[in-house]
Design a binder for this molecule. Structure first.
Ligand SMILES: Nc1ncnc2c1ncn2[C@@H]1O[C@H](COP(=O)(O)OP(=O)(O)OP(=O)(O)O)[C@@H](O)[C@H]1O
Length: 639
C-alpha cells in the first residue's frame, strides 16, 4: 500500500495481490462554511479524515500529507494577506500625510471659554465669530483673524478632540507631533488639556485612543511610555520622579538636562520614563504627574498653573524603520503657563517671578514658530528650555496643533488681542490674506477625497485582519493536529514542548499577559511561573487526546473567537507576537518584571526607567540598547 504522488489518489492492496487506485474524498470547497476555513481548514471530523479506509497507516499518511499541504497553503495565504495589509496601511498613511500637509504642519485653533458661574454674564459683543474667523471689537476698531478652526463657547471636549485625532494617528505612524495649549491665565488651557472627570480633555482622550487604535491594528506591535516634565522658573522638574525618601530616588538623576544627539533628536537625560501597557496605568501616572505640578492662587484664576507642563508619550515601533530598525516617535502635549499681564494678576514675589519666566519662554516659543513659518535658516531654539525640549517636535516635518484660548469677557479684550496676535504669528495668515473661496472649496474637496481614501483603506485593512486571524488560527490548529495525530501516542509528560507552544498556551490561557509584554520580554529558559501547572497539563493532555474528535466544534469556536474584540483579541495577537518572537527568548528578569508591570495597578511593582536618552529602550534595537540603565523600582517609591 502506498500513497501516490498525486495526493488525491491512494493505492489499496486487493485480495488477488493487485493494487487498486482509489480517489480520496479531498474536501476543499472554498464556497462552503467560511471560504477560508474550508479552503484551508482541518478535516471535518475524524471520520472524514479516515474516510472509507480502515488501515491506520494509510489514514495517517493521508492525513499527514493533507495537513502539510494545508499548512503550506495557509502559510502562503497569511504571507500574502500580510503583504496586502501592509500596502493598505501605507496607502492610509500617505493619505493622512497629504491631509495634514494640506491642512498645514502648524494648525492654529481658537477656543472661546464660556462664562463661568462666578463671572458677570454679558452678551459677548466684543468677539464676533464668523465660521472659522473671529473679529475683535475694541472701541471703534475692528480686527479680524482667521483660524484653522474656531470652537465656540458651547464646544464640547469631544469636538476639540476630533481636530486633534489626525495628528495622534500621525504620531502612531512614526512622526513627532506636538499639541500646545496657549492663552491668557484662566481661559481654559488646563480644562482643554486635562478636563474634568465628567468631561475629560485632550490628554486623557489621547491616552485612551492610543491603546484602542493600537489594539485595532494587529500588524504593528507598538509600545508606549510616558514622561512628564515641568518648566518652572526656567528649569526642569521631573513630575514622575520618585519621592526623595524612596530607595529609587537615590539611583535616579533628579536633575534632568537636555541633550541633542547628532541626528538632532532631543533627549532629556535623567527624566523618568514609565512604560504604560494599558489606559488605566497610563491615567494613573498622568494623574500622579498632574498632582505634582506647581499651581497657585492669582486674582485671575484660583488654581493658576505657574509653569509649562509637558506630557510626552514616546511611541516605540520595533521593526518599522528602514532595514527593520525601530522607529521612535514623540507625542508632546503641552499645557503652557498663562500669558499674563503681571499687574492684572496681582502677582508679587515668587508668583511675579513665575509670571515673568512664563512670559519670557512664551515669547521665545513665538519667535521659534515665526522663524519656522518663514523658513528661516536660523531658528532660535536655544532661547528657552521650553523650545529646546520641543526642538525636534516643532520643525522638520513635525505636526503641530496650537490651541489658543480666549476669554469671553470684554474687560479681557487687551489680553485676547495679544493672544490672537501670537496665534497670527504662528499661522501667518491674516483675514485680509485669507484664501479665496474657490481655493478653500478645492482644498476641502481634496481633503474629503483623501479622507474617503483613508476610510476605504482602513475598512479593507479591517477585513484583511479578520482573514489573517482566521488563517493563523487554522494554521495553528493544523499544526497542532499534525503533531498529535501523526505522532506515536506518547505520554503527554514526555513530549518536549517547544517554547512556541508553551508561550502560546500561556497567552491564550492567560489573556492578562499582553502581547506587548510577552513580545518585549525574551528569555533563555522559561521562568518557573510559566511552567504549566498540573491542572493545565491535565487540561492540555485531555484536550489534545480529544482534539480530532473535537475538530468540528473547534471550527465553530474559531468562528466565534475571531469575532471577539478587546482583551480576547489582544490575547490572540499576543499569540502571534509570541510565535513571531519565539526565537528571541526572554531573559527571566525582563519577563518577570513585565508581567509584574501588567499587574502594577493591583499594587505590585512597576517598570520605570530614568532614561538617559528619553526614548524607549529595547533589547531588539541595537541603537537604543545597552547604555541606558533600567532601574526597576518598587511602586511604593512613587506613592
Ligand atoms: N470650556 C470650558 N467649559 C467649562 N469650564 C471651563 C472651560 N474652560 C475653562 N473652564 C473653567 O475655567 C476655569 C479656568 O480654567 P483653567 O484653569 O483651565 O484655565 P487656564 O488657562 O489653565 O489658567 P492658568 O493659565 O492660570 O493655569 C476653570 O474653573 C475651568 O473649569
Amino acid at each position: 500500500m502506498y500513497i501516490s504522488a498525486e495526493k488525491e489518489q491512494i493505492s489499496l492492496p486487493l485480495d488477488n495481490g493487485e493494487h487498486q487506485m482509489k480517489s480520496l474524498p479531498m474536501e476543499s470547497n472554498p464556497d462552503s462554511v467560511d471560504g477560508l476555513s474550508s479552503a484551508f481548514g482541518m478535516p471535518e471530523s475524524p471520520r472524514e479524515l479516515s474516510g472509507p479506509f480502515t488501515d491506520e497507516n494509510v489514514v495517517q499518511g493521508r492525513e499527514k500529507i493533507q495537513l502539510e499541504q494545508n499548512i503550506k497553503d495557509l502559510e502562503g495565504e497569511v504571507a500574502s494577506l500580510k503583504t496586502k495589509e501592509k500596502s493598505l496601511i501605507e496607502k492610509r498613511r500617505t493619505a493622512l500625510n497629504k491631509i495634514l500637509d494640506i491642512k498645514g504642519c502648524i494648525r492654529v485653533l481658537c477656543r472661546i471659554r464660556p462664562f463661568l458661574s462666578t463671572e458677570k454674564r454679558g452678551i459677548q459683543q466684543h468677539i464676533l465669530v464668523e465660521s472659522d474667523r473671529i473679529v475683535i471689537k475694541s472701541g471703534a476698531n475692528k480686527k479680524g483673524f482667521a483660524f484653522d478652526k474656531v470652537f465656540y463657547q458651547e464646544a464640547r471636549q469631544e469636538d476639540v478632540f476630533v481636530e486633534v485625532e489626525p495628528i495622534l494617528r500621525s504620531a502612531l505612524d512614526g512622526n513627532n507631533v506636538c499639541i500646545l495649549a496657549y492663552g491668557q491665565t484662566g481661559t481654559g488651557k488646563t480644562y482643554t488639556m486635562d478636563g474634568t472627570n465628567e468631561s475629560p480633555g485632550i490628554i486623557p482622550r489621547v491616552l485612551q485612543a492610543l491603546f484602542s487604535l493600537n489594539s485595532l491594528d494587529s500588524s504593528t506591535s507598538l509600545t508606549f511610555s510616558i514622561s512628564m516634565v515641568e518648566v518652572y522658573l526656567g528649569s526642569l522638574r521631573d513630575l514622575l520622579a520618585p519621592k526623595p525618601s524612596s530607595r529609587a530616588y537615590a539611583v535616579s538623576r533628579c536633575n534632568p538636562t537636555i541633550q541633542i544627539d547628532s541626528r538632532g533628536s532631543v533627549e532629556i537625560e535623567g527624566l523618568t520614563e514609565v512604560q504604560i501597557s494599558n489606559f488605566t496605568k497610563a491615567s494613573w501616572w498622568y494623574a500622579k504627574g498632574r498632582r505634582v505640578r506647581s499651581t497657585s492662587w492669582t486674582n485671575v484664576n484660583e488654581a493658576s498653573s505657574r509653569s509649562h507642563c509637558l506630557t510626552r508619550i514616546t511611541i516605540y515601533n520595533p521593526g518599522e524603520g528602514t532595514g527593520g530598525n525601530a522607529v521612535v516617535s514623540k507625542l508632546w502635549m503641552v499645557d503652557l503657563g498663562g500669558s499674563e499681564r503681571l499687574l492684572k494678576t496681582g502677582a508679587t514675589g515668587q508668583t511675579l517671578d513665575e509670571g515673568r519666566a512664563i512670559n519670557l519662554s512664551l515669547s521665545a516659543l513665538g519667535d521659534v514658530i515665526a522663524a519656522l513659518r518663514r523658513k528661516k535658516v536660523h531658528v532660535p531654539y536655544r532661547n528657552s528650555k521650553l523650545t529646546q525640549i520641543l526642538r525636534d517636535s516643532l520643525g522638520n516635518g513635525s505636526k503641530v496643533v496650537m490651541m489658543v484660548h480666549v476669554s469671553p469677557n470684554e474687560e479681557d479684550v487687551g489680553e485676547t488681542t495679544c493672544s490672537i496676535t501670537f496665534a497670527k504669528r504662528a499661522r501667518a495668515v491674516e483675514c485680509t490674506r485669507e484664501l479665496s473661496e474657490e481655493l478653500k472649496v478645492q482644498k476641502e474637496k481634496k481633503i474629503s477625497e483623501l479622507e474617503d481614501e483613508m476610510k476605504e483603506a482602513e475598512e479593507e485593512c479591517e477585513k484583511l485582519r479578520k482573514q489573517i486571524l482566521k488563517a493563523e488560527f487554522l494554521l495553528s490548529e493544523n499544526r497542532k493536529i499534525l503533531s498529535t495525530t501523526c505522532q506515536n501516542p506518547v505520554d503527554e509528560e514526555e513530549i518536549p514542548q517547544s517554547p512556541k507552544e508553551n508561550h502560546a498556551n500561556e497567552v491564550l490561557e492567560t489573556p492578562k499577559v499582553s502581547a506587548k509584554t510577552v513580545r518585549k520580554a525574551g528569555a533563555n529558559s522559561l521562568p518557573r511561573f510559566m511552567d504549566s501547572t498540573v491542572a493545565s497539563r491535565q487540561r492540555k493532555s485531555s484536550s489534545e487526546k480529544e482534539v480530532s474528535g473535537k475538530v468540528r466544534s473547534f471550527r465553530s469556536e474559531t468562528r466565534s473567537s475571531i469575532q471577539i474584540s478587546g482583551s480576547q483579541s489582544n490575547s490572540y495577537s499576543g499569540f502571534r507576537a509570541i510565535l513571531k518572537n519565539s526565537n528571541k527568548r526572554p531573559r527571566y528578569g525582563e519577563l518577570k518584571n513585565s508581567t509584574i508591570e501588567d499587574a502594577k495597578l493591583n499594587g505590585l511593582e512597576s517598570n520605570i526607567r530614568p532614561s538617559s536618552r528619553g526614548t524607549m529602550v529595547s533589547s531588539s534595537d541595537p541603537n537604543l540598547r545597552g547604555s541606558i540603565g533600567h532601574h526597576r523600582r518598587r511602586m511604593s517609591d512613587f506613592m
